[in-house]
Design a protein around this ligand. Structure first.
Ligand code: AMP
Length: 114
């Protein structure tokens, strides 16, 4: 989508610190990290949120989860533990309307999340 921030990161129009990439997914450091490790894993394809994905996206959603695990291993947080979060909709805190999984780690996480 032409006016989507994360589509512009996929195309390279907007720079990002890319830490993971494959044919379908991209992972890059969050610009406003909430933990020592805070990476956003996104599909290259524009999908607004989890609720906008359909059965045809099942493989893509699996690939996104595997990409999160690869990022966690690469960042050295897989052993200690990490959290994967996606926010859907304004009430949940979604501010960028291109599906993204937050991979957070490097510190102890509180539960329940705020
Ligand atoms: P959410 O609020 O769940 O939609 O998450 C959006 C995330 O995108 C936030 O954590 C922002 O800090 C992050 N973000 C916004 N703009 C950029 C950018 N240009 N590069 C990297 N991360 C960004």
């Amino acid at each position: 989508m032409s006016d989507c921030l994360f589509c512009k990161i996929v195309s390279g129009e907007i720079p990002a610190k890319v830490v993971y990439e494959d044919e379908h997914c991209l992972g890059f450091d969050d610009i406003n990290p909430q933990a020592p490790v805070h990476v956003l894993v996104i599909p290259r394809k524009h999908v607004v949120s989890l609720s906008d994905a359909d059965a045809a996206d099942a493989e893509l959603l699996g690939r996104l989860c595997l990409a999160c695990a690869a990022v966690a291993a690469q960042k050295g947080i897989a052993e200690d533990g990490y959290r994967v979060v996606t926010n859907k909709g304004e009430k949940a805190g979604q501010s960028v309307f291109h599906l993204h999984l937050h991979v957070l780690g490097g510190r102890r996480m509180a539960w329940p999340p705020g």
